[in-house]
Write a protein that binds this ligand. Structure first.
Ligand code: IMP
Ligand code: MG
Length: 175
């Protein structure tokens, strides 16, 4: 059990299970995108640890870039997506894999998909470490999901509560 600010969190998914699942997704991507040199687009800030582990488990050539959006404040979605850092990459005819920490309402991903589609890529896939199916408002076709989880707030492995907890190697769930 840990506490961050005034909230208590309990251990949820171990570092080992996360590593194992991420390696599996890396294998799948290596097979599915053979000879396509996909570009992984990490969604900052939350995806930075997932993306680095995922990138290391991919055995084909890839490129990496980042965008930054924000829709959260504290433990709930604000309903609006802010673009804090835009695309700086030519995606024309490229295979793109959007890498997210977690898809909650789906609002951020819907926004990202619209933004990336405008760049005329050859193919877009989505890899998310976590998916909260009960929270999903905007239906989204997700290609790679690490874990489907209940609609409870989590921290660790890149994800924060009010800025803190991102450096925890395992995942914790709000008690
Ligand atoms: P959405 O737009 O509602 O799908 O929210 C997506 C973003 O909110 C994710 O990329 C996370 O950065 C953040 N988020 C959603 N749920 C959680 C959570 O349980 N813990 C930490 N961050 C979360
Ligand atoms: Mg995120």
């Amino acid at each position: 059990m840990i506490s961050i600010k005034n909230k208590v969190f309990v251990p949820y998914i171990t570092a080992n299970s996360l590593q194992q699942r991420v390696a599996e997704i890396g294998n799948e991507i290596s097979k599915d995108f053979k000879e396509e040199c996909p570009i992984l687009i990490g969604v900052l800030n939350g995806s930075f640890i997932f993306l680095s582990d995922l990138a290391k488990s991919i055995t084909i050539p890839i490129e990496v870039s980042f965008v930054k959006v924000s829709s959260y404040s504290g433990t709930s979605s604000t309903g609006a997506v802010k673009n804090l850092l835009g695309l700086d990459f030519d995606l024309n005819e490229r295979s793109v894999i959007i890498v997210e920490d977690i898809i909650d309402t789906g609002l951020s991903m819907k926004h990202l998909l619209e933004m990336i589609r405008r760049e005329n890529p050859k193919r877009i896939a989505i890899a998310t470490l976590l998916l909260k199916p009960e929270a999903l408002i905007h239906p989204i076709n997700v290609n790679y999901v690490g874990f489907e989880i209940p609609n409870k707030f989590v921290v660790g492995y890149g994800m924060d509560f009010d800025g803190l907890g991102r450096n925890l190697p395992e995942l914790y769930q709000l008690k």
